[in-house]
Design a protein around this ligand. Sequence first.
Ligand code: ZN
Length: 164
Amino acid sequence: MPSVSPEEHKKSVDFMNAINGLLDFVETIAPLIKEKDYVEQMDNLKMVYDNRTMVEIVNIIAQRVRENPIVMQNDARSRLTIKQKKVLTDQEKLKTGKWLICKNCDRIICKTYMNTHRENDVCRRVQDSKALAKDFKKLDTTRETNAISIIRAWAVKTHRHKFC
Ligand SMILES: [Zn+2]
């Protein structure tokens, strides 16, 4: 069964309410127009529409509006069931095959975003921390990380880019 997002659904319902409001308005005022005005406008319309009555013209306009592809699309959308956005668990993400665990930082990342992800600061820092933890055989590597930042600042300042 086709579904629609809550935002698209609301947009379509609002659109259809506006269209239906306009059509109701036109249908309501058509019989209330004064005889003199009606005759005058009929003469004008006769020139353009050749023997059609106001009611027929209103019906033709209403039918054309309802058959307009945009109106039909929004009308159909306004009747669709609203799709609930489901938040997947990590396990559900991995089962789809569209998500992978990043080997550098262990976060679950969308496959198509993985290359970009591995260039981000958080991923690289976690990778660095894991390497430090392994090399120094301890989990708290704040001292080593601080020492590296001092070396990097010195390298930047003295243009030794291979240490940056
Ligand atoms: Zn990562």
